[in-house]
Design a protein around this ligand. Sequence first.
Ligand code: RUQ
Ligand code: CUA
Length: 682
Amino acid sequence: MSGYTGCKRYVRYLGLFFLPILAFAVFMAGCNNEGGENEGKPAQLAAGVPDSVKKIAEERGLSEKDVEAALKTYIPSGKFDDYVLFASGGHSGQVFVIGVPSMRLLKTIAVFTPEPWQGWATGSAETHEILTSGDMPIGEDRTLNWADTHHPALTETNGDYDGQFLFINDKANARVAVIDLRDFETKQIVKNPNTISDHGATFVTPNSEYVIETTQYATPLPFYEFASLDEYKEKYKGLATLYKFDREKGRIDESASFSIELPPYWQDLCDAGKKVSDGWIFCNSINAEMATGGINEGNPPFEAGISQREADYLHIINWKKAEEVFKAGKTKELNGAHIIPLDTAIEEGILYFVDVPKSPHGVDVTPDGNFIIASGKLDTHATVYSFNKLMDAIKKGAPEKDEFGVPVLAFDDVVEAQVEIGLGPLHTQFDSDGNAYTSVFIESTLAKWRLGPPIYNGPDPWTLVEKIPVQYNIGHAVCAEGDTVSPDGKYCVALNKWSIDRFLPVGPLHPQNFQLIDISGDKMELLYDMPIGVGEPHYVQMIKADKLKPWLVYPEVGFDPATMSVDPEATTVGNEKIEIDGNTVRVSMSAIRSHFNPEHITVNQGDKVTMYITNVERARDATHGFAIDGYNINLSLEPGESTKVEFSADKPGVFPFYCTEFCSALHLEMMGYLLVKPGPGS
Ligand code: RUQ
Ligand code: CUA
C-alpha cells in the first residue's frame, strides 16, 4: 500500500504541467522500446533442426526467438485458429473478427456503417431498416452513417462467454447494436433517446440479463434540450442505462429497459459484478470536478480542469435493486424511456460512490468477483477494492455525501491494495493462475501482477511480476476469455494505438498494432504484430473458437436474416415473375449459378419497384451479389438468403444489373437489364 491516502482533495492544476510531461514520456517510451525484444542474434537453431530450416532462418536473418514465434503462430492451410477476437472497429463503425494465434482477419462485421460486400445498407430494405432504426430522434438528416465503436461484449451464461450474441456501442451517438453469432450479422441498433454519447458500453451482467450503457459527456436531459454551460450543475446529467436483453428473440427489449439518473461526472468504463458481486455494476467517472472548460474564456482547458482533484468517483450501482424499483414503477418517463431519478436512486440504496485516484479509466472485476480493479491514467497504481468491504461500508453507512446527496464511502475502509504497476495504467485482464495483466499506456508496457487471497494464495500477493514492452501506447489489452469467471491464460493481445516503426510506411496515417503475446510460460513472449489499417480498435474480447457455432449456409431457402426465419414473401424456384399494377412493379427473382431469373425487367420511369430476390443455392460459399448500375444498389445474397429491394425507377435508360461475386466460370454472364422507359415528363 502506498501513495494515495484517502479523501483529501485539493485543487491542483495537475494537468497544466503534467500534459507536456506525458507527451515527453510517450515520446521516450517510443525511443526506449525501439528495436523490441525479438531482435536477437541470427538463428543458432538446435541440433536436429533440418539444414533447410536453418538456411531459411539464416537467409531471412531470423533469431531463434523469431523462429519460435513463427512456429507458435503458423496455422497450416485447412487448420483453424484456437481463439477468435471480436475487436471494435473504432471509427469504422464495424467489428473485426480475427483468428488467434494466426492474427488473420477473418471478417469485418458491418454494424453502424454501410458495407457493400455484405450488402449492408447499400440497397437491401431490411438492412436499411436496421441501420435507420438507430437514427437521431431529431433533425432533418437523421441517418447516422458512421460510429465510434468501443467495447464489444459477448453474451455470457453464468459469467462465461456462450458464443451466442455480441453487443457493441457507438460512443459518438449513444447507440448499442446486437449481432447474432449464428450468421455474424447485425440484427438491431438502438439509439438512446435521452443521451448523445456513451462510453461505459457495452458490458453485460453475468447472464446477459442487461446490457450496460453509461453516458460519457454529460448534457441536458434529453440532450437536445438547450441549457447553457452556466447551468451545468443543475441541468446537465449522466445516465446509466440497462438494456434488457431478450435472448429468445435475440433483441434488446426497450420497453423492459430503464436508466438511472447520475450526476454530470462523465461516467467512464464499467464492469458488471460476477459470482459474489453479481447484482452490482461498477463504473468509473472522470469529471467529479464538473469542469466545463473554456480556454477562450480564460478558464483552464478541460484536460486541466478535469484533473484538478486527486480523485474521481467510482460508481457502485445495485442493479438488482434498480430493477425492483423500475418494476415498482418508481420511474419518470422521458421520450418513451424509463428513468429512475437521482433522488430515488439515493433513497432506494441503488447508488454509492467511493474515491478512485488520479483520473481513472478502466474498471475490471476479478474472475471470482471479489475485487474491483480501477486504474488512474495519471497514477502508477492499480487500486483494488474489496467487494466485501464495499458491502460492509454500505451497511455501516457512508461518512460523507457528494453535493447531490450520493453517499461517498470511506476510501480506506474499502481498499484492499494499491499495486505499483507503472505510469498510466488503463485496463486489466486476468489469467487462470491468479494473475492480472494491466495495460500501461504512458510506459508502453503490459504489466503482469499477482492478485491476492482468496483468488491467489501464493507468495507475494499484490505485487508486480513482470512487464513486457509493447510498440507503442497500449490502450486496452485482451487475454483469452480474460474478463470472464474462467479465464484461459495462454494469450494476451496488446492493442496499441501507435505503431511508429513497426510496419512499412503507408503515409502519415499509420496502422495501429495488435501484438500477440504468449503468456503460457514463465516470461511473457511477443509473438506477432498485426497491423490494423481500418479505424481505431478499443476493446476486444477473445473467445475459444469452439464456443462459436455459426451457420455455414442459411438453414432454409428463402431465409430473411433480419427476422431469422423464412420470409413468406421470398421467391421460390418456379415462382419467378414480374407483376405490374399501375405504377407499382413487383419482381420475384431467383439467383443461382449462373443466372438471375428474370433477366429483363422493363418498367416505366417513375415506377415504384419492389424486388424479392432469393439465392436458392445450398452450397457453402455460393454467394451471389446483385448490383444495379447507376441505382446505387448492391446486395449480398448468401446461400439460402432472401432480400428485398425497393427503389423508384426515376432515371430513364438502360441499366445492366449483375452479380458482384465471382461465383462461377460464367459469373460475368450472370446479369440482366433493367430497361426504364422514359416517362412523359422526361
Ligand atoms: S477505452 S483504449 Cu480505454 Cu473506450 Cu479506448
Ligand atoms: Cu453469381 Cu457471380
